[in-house]
Structure formats: structure tokens, C-alpha cells
Design a protein around this ligand. Structure first.
Ligand code: GAL
Length: 662
């Protein structure tokens, strides 16, 4: 297993490198990532390359058996690029160019920038292809920004639209430009929809797709060169979990595996639910295990720093990721830098370069992971429950949320949190994936619903699957126009309902107070709940109503329904319930109907996850709390970190972890 740190040899005198490498080796590290911001060190003047310093640093690391991931350093253009080719600086919506001096300053359509990027990529690839300890590449750094509004981007966007729609009539139809007299007579008239709140929603969705495609294209230009020159090296990129600007499925397509940057301990010591769903998404991008390329190593901040990780906490957040399929662990960063914006973004070593508590904990974690590595090999997370995570819906909800406060990621997280508490493995999938491997599919906020997807979902339920969907499902088609069928359109039969009316319980113009409706559950959901944000006036037409509203005007309508369709079940929730416990009941009902049993029922704050292959199952238990936690576990198995045989219960230390071979 590769374990290590993000390393910046260019920040330190070369006579320190040896000690760094020695300390890394002593910590059990065997990999570093380097050079993602070192373009100017490698190409100090256009076309003049200086590799000696990096050769020397890699050689020092090599002597300590430390492998290297090199990065294409295009996330920060050298000052000479900005000066010589000012058009490489991205233009902001107000028409001014970004002032060079931070990072991610570039326009991705600039011909000069694309050529410069290809040149530095090729020069590095050719220089390092035979360096023995180089094993792979990271493209750029955290793709996604900036958005550029220059004329080149605008005409490139128009070209992209022409390739997509072919005829202007088709584009006019797809965008509904008859509204407000926005019909286009030539491609050149199409503007960049700069304001996602007031511009045509269909244009805004295509602009977002174009922005995503642009980043993918830029990466692809680099990947093509790396594949050609360094066929034996892997190529990856450091993703950002729930980052929203790019379609991460597309960005992952050209890579060997996904890496991501995990920073869960900035503020309150709450349960890192978000890192849990993000890990499942990262695994879902390529349906394979992933790495952590930047793992929190201490308090972070660009001006003020945040909370420090408590003893044991760095180890448990690393194990949380391994439990979800991480096969590589790289901490950000090796040593806290003494200059620049990130002086307070703490690494494993302090400014003083000494290995203290955080270094020791990383070393302990590395030791644990190396010991586990032979049993982890070839295992991954296997799930019978899937959540559909759909970037079109996410973007369309952002552009036009419908009900005030509609938040795509929060809708997905609400369900994922309940599954976390239930101790169930979850896969994240695309709406177009084959769903037959799953007994349950949850599709939160599936706002953009192409007919083909609706039909596939219907077939899935008919064949025995259990589907859960909620408010605003299937409102839009793929060009972000409203469907004309009565909601939920093609899913009406599956769900046994129709929805002719709906309302928002708040208003994003901020006038007046939000409404809150009381919801009362029937026998299976007995209890009083609070409906917030939205209420769809759901008419059960064959479905059972499992919970209803107390409001007089909603008396004829249901809040939660369940419908038998073919051999499966379709669930619909037409509101958002404030009490999280409601979702626990919902998930329990769905799991029991699906016949999914969990190996352990984790106490609050303990996360359970299973990695498996054909011949073994490893149960991870992670205590995210600062209290001891006792879990009922299968007896007579071995806990692999301690080597101790399990009894009927196992007690986890504060932030403790256990890995039981089942
Ligand atoms: C990441 C980035 C790193 C570093 C870190 C802390 O997003 O990739 O280079 O900046 O944040 O700010």
C-alpha cells in the first residue's frame, strides 16, 4: 500500500532533503507527491527547462525507497506566462482579467495556455519517464476553477453548442427561446449566461456542462501526452469530494484511479458524515477503489487556523477512508511552510521541522495500514443499496431550486446519513447505470429526468427493485425544460401517485416566516414530524399513504407513500422532514422490505463498513466520538489491529478503530 505525504522540496534548502527522506522512511512512508506548483522552478523562462534540482530531490527520495507521483504543474502559471501572454489570465464576469498572483488563474480555452501546458507536460514526461522511483502522475491540481468569460470562451461555447445541437432551430427549441423573445438568428448571438439566477435556465445548464467539459478537455490534452510518453506510469487527479462545478464522472474517465483531498476537521468535532458520502462518491466515479491524495494533517487555514485533530483523530479519519475503499494515503503536507498563504495550513511536521505528535500518529497509522495491506488487497466495498448522484440535477436545482432551500447535496446527504447510522454499505451511481445489482435505489432530488431514465427506473422496480424518490422528481427534461406530463410523469405508475400542485414552505425572496406543517405517521411511522421547505400535494392513486399532513388544506393528500409495482416497491416523500429519526425509520422499513441485514447495529457515532472480496470480509468499526463505545459484534473472529479474538462485544477507545475479519 502506498502511504506518504505531499512534499515540496523546492521550499527547503537541498541539504534538508536527506533528513526529510530519512524521517519519511522511518514513518513507514513509501510515496510522495511533488511539483504541482513548481512550474516556474522547472521552466524559469519560456522553453528553458531546469530539472537538476528535481532530479536530485527524487534521487535522495529514491535512496530511501520512496516512490514519487509527479504533477503537471499547470495549476499556477509562472509570472512570465501572465506577462508574455496576458490573454491566458481568465476574465471575470465584469470583463476584467484576474490579477495574477494566487493560483488557478488561467483561461482554459486560451490557445497559448493550452500549448504551454502541453509543452511542460511533454518536457516533464520525457525527462522523467525512466526515473526509477517515479510511478505516476497527478494532472494539474483540483480542477474546477476559474470560470472564464472571455471572448475566446464565448466563441468556444458557441462551437460546443453547434456540435451538440447541429441546427439553431434545435437549440432554440431545446432552450425555449420563444420566452421573452430570446430567439437566436445566428450562433454568434449566443452570450455566456453570466447570471445563473436571471438567465435562461436551459442556457445556464449547458454553460455549466460546457465549463465541465472544458476542464475535462484540458486534462485530456495532458493525459494523451502522459500515456504516449510514460505508458508504465499511472495517471490520476486530486478530486475534491462533493465539489459541485464539474461532472466528476467525466473527469474520472481518462484516469487510472481517482484520488481525493479530504479535510474533515476544520470546525466542530461533528461526525464526518460528509467525508463518508464523499468517499462513496469517489469510489463510484470509476466503480473502483481510490486514494487520498491530501489527508488532513493538522489545523488548517489561510489566515486563521482551525481546530487541531485530537489524539487518535487523524488515524480514525484515515481509517474511515480505507473502510470506504481508499487504497493509498497521502497526508497534506509533509512540513508546515514558513512562507506564503499557507503558513498556517499545518503539515505533519511543524515549522520547526521536527516530528511531533502528528508525525508519530501518521507513522502509527502507516504501520497499521502496512500490516493490514495483505488482507486489504483485492477487497472493496460491496453494496446492495445505491444512491443515484446526478450532476445535471444538482446543477439544475442550483439554477432554479423550485422550492426555496432545495439543495441537491443536502437531499443526498440526508439519506446517506440515515444509511450511515444503519451501518449499511452504499454505492453511488449514475442515473444511467445498470441498477440490477442493487436491491434498493435511492434517487434524491432527481429533478432532471430524461424519459429513458424514467423507463429504466420503472423496469427496475417492476423486476423487484425498491425505489425511493422525493420532492421535485422528474420535473425537468435533459434540456432543463419542464416536462408536460402530470407529475411525477413516467414514474406515476411506479409510485401510484399524481401531483398536480405543490408549494414551497419558505420563499427565497425572504418575505415572511417559513411555514412548518405537522406530519403524522400511520402505524409503521407512528409519531409526529415536522414538514419543512416543501409540500407536494400528493394524491395516492393506488399507493398506500404512510404519513399525512395535519393541515386542513392538505387533508386529502399524502406526505409519504409506498406502492407495489410489479415485483418491487416505489416510495415517494413529498416533503422534507426536520427530524432525522424519521429517515432512520424510513431506511429501516426499506431495508427490511429488501431483506438487507446488517452485521452489526452501530451505536450513535460509530461507523461500520465492510470491505470484501470472494474469500474474505473485513468489518471496519470507527468511533467518531470522544467517548468509549461498545459494539455488539460476532464472537470468535479476529480483530486484526490487535490480533485479539472477539467476544460478544467490542469496546472502541475514543476515536478508536477496529477491523474484524468475519
Ligand atoms: C487543497 C489544495 C492544496 C492546499 C490545501 C490547503 O485544496 O490542493 O494545495 O492548498 O488545499 O489549502
Amino acid at each position: 500500500m502506498y502511504i506518504g505525504a505531499d512534499y515540496y522540496p523546492e521550499h527547503w534548502p537541498s541539504d534538508r532533503w536527506e533528513l526529510d527522506a530519512e524521517m519519511m522512511k522511518e514513518a513507514g512512508f513509501n510515496i510522495v507527491r511533488v511539483a504541482e506548483f513548481a512550474w516556474v522552478n522547472i521552466e524559469p523562462q519560456e522553453g528553458q527547462f531546469e530539472f537538476d534540482w528535481l532530479d536530485e530531490a527524487l534521487a535522495v527520495l529514491g535512496r530511501y525507497d520512496i516512490s514519487v507521483i509527479l504533477s503537471t504543474p499547470t495549476a499556477v502559471m509562472p509570472a512570465w506566462v501572465a506577462r508574455k501572454y496576458p490573454e491566458t489570465l481568465a476574465m471575470q464576469a465584469d470583463g476584467t482579467r484576474i490579477v495574477w498572483g494566487v493560483r488557478k488563474n488561467n483561461c482554459f480555452t486560451s490557445g497559448a495556455y493550452r500549448l504551454l501546458s502541453e509543452r511542460i507536460t511533454r518536457a516533464m514526461a520525457e525527462h522523467f519517464r525512466d526515473t526509477p522511483n517515479v510511478v505516476g502522475w497527478q494532472t494539474d491540481n483540483e480542477f474546477g476553477n476559474p470560470v472564464c468569460y472571455c471572448d475566446t470562451c464565448r466563441s468556444d461555447f458557441q462551437d460546443w453548442l453547434r456540435a451538440k445541437y447541429r441546427s439553431l432551430d434545435d437549440l432554440n427549441r431545446a432552450w425555449g427561446t420563444h420566452f421573452w423573445g430570446h430567439l437566436y438568428g445566428t450562433w454568434g448571438e449566443i452570450p455566456i449566461p453570466v447570471d445563473p439566477v436571471t438567465h435562461n435556465p436551459s442556457a445556464c445548464l449547458d454553460w455549466q456542462r460546457y465549463h465541465s467539459w472544458l476542464n475535462v478537455r484540458f486534462q485530456r490534452d495532458q493525459v494523451r501526452i502522459l500515456r504516449e510518453v510514460c505508458p508504465d506510469h499511472f495517471v490520476t487527479h486530486n478530486f475534491m469530494g462533493l465539489f459541485q462545478e464539474l461532472d466528476y464522472y467525466d473527469l474520472a474517465e481518462d484516469l487510472d484511479h481517482v484520488c481525493w483531498d479530504n479535510y474533515p476537521v476544520w470546525a466542530k468535532p461533528e461526525i464526518p458524515y460528509k467525508a463518508s458520502i464523499a468517499a462513496d462518491l469517489m469510489r463510484g466515479l470509476k466503480k473502483q477503489n481510490f486514494w487520498i491524495m491530501e489527508q488532513t494533517a493538522g489545523p488548517g487555514g489561510w489566515g486563521a487556523y482551525g481546530r487541531n485533530a485530537r489524539p487518535g483523530e487523524m488515524r480514525k479519519i484515515a481509517f474511515q477512508q480505507v473502510a470506504h475503499g481508499a487504497d493509498g494515503m497521502v497526508w497534506f503536507r509533509w512540513r508546515t511552510c514558513t512562507a506564503g498563504r499557507e503558513q498556517y495550513w499545518h503539515g505533519l511536521l511543524g515549522h520547526d521541522g521536527k516530528g511531533g505528535r502528528r508525525y508519530s500518529e501518521a507513522a502509527q497509522t502507516a504501520g497499521d495500514l502496512h500490516r493490514l495491506s495483505p488482507v486489504l488487497e483485492g477487497t472493496t466495498v460491496k453494496a446492495s443499496v445505491a444512491i443515484i448522484y446526478d450532476y445535471d440535477s444538482l446543477w439544475a436545482v442550483r439554477i432554479q431550486p423550485g422550492y426555496a432551500g432545495n439543495n441537491y447535496q443536502e437531499a443526498a446527504q440526508r439519506l446517506h446519513r440515515a444509511l450511515f447510522r444503519a451501518g449499511v454499505n452504499v454505492d453511488i451511481v449514475q442515473s444511467t447505470d445498470d441498477l440490477s445489482p442493487y436491491r434498493v435505489v435511492l434517487a434524491p432530488d432527481l429533478y432532471v429526468l430524461p424519459d429513458a431514465v424514467a423507463r429504466a427506473l420503472s423496469r427496475y422496480v417492476e423486476a423487484g427493485g425498491i425505489l425511493f424518490v422525493d420532492s421535485r422528481t422528474g420535473v425537468k427534461d435533459e434540456t432543463n425544460l419542464c416536462h408536460t406530463r402530470t407529475l411525477p410523469g413516467l414514474l406515476s405508475d411506479v409510485l401510484g401517485i399524481t401531483i398536480e400542485e405543490y408549494e414551497s414552505l419558505g420563499h427565497d425572496w425572504g418575505r415572511g416566516e417559513e411555514y412548518r406543517y405537522q406530519v403524522v405517521g400511520g402505524e409503521e411511522f407512528a409519531g409526529d414530524y415536522t414538514a419543512i421547505l416543501t409540500a407536494e400535494w400528493v394524491q395516492a392513486r393506488g399507493a398506500e399513504s404512510l404519513a399525512g399532513y395535519q393541515e386542513w388544506h392538505l387533508a386529502p393528500y399524502a406526505a409519504l407513500t409506498r406502492n407495489r409495482f410489479g415485483k418491487g416497491w416505489g416510495y415517494f416523500l413529498g416533503t422534507v422532514i426536520e427530524e432525522e429519526g424519521f429517515y432512520d425509520l424510513l431506511i429501516a422499513d426499506i431495508l427490511s422490505r429488501a431483506g438487507i441485514a446488517v452485521p452489526v447495529a452501530p451505536p450513535a457515532g460509530v461507523e461500520a463498513s465492510i470491505r470484501a472480496n470472494d474469500d474474505r470480509e473485513l468489518l471496519f468499526l470507527i468511533n467518531h466520538t470522544e467517548e468509549l463505545q461498545t459494539v455488539q459484534v460476532p464472537a470468535g473472529k479476529v480483530e486484526l489491529l490487535s490480533g485479539v479474538e472477539t467476544g460478544e462485544t467490542l469496546t472502541l477507545d475514543r476515536y478508536g478503530v477496529a477491523v474484524i475479519r468475519m
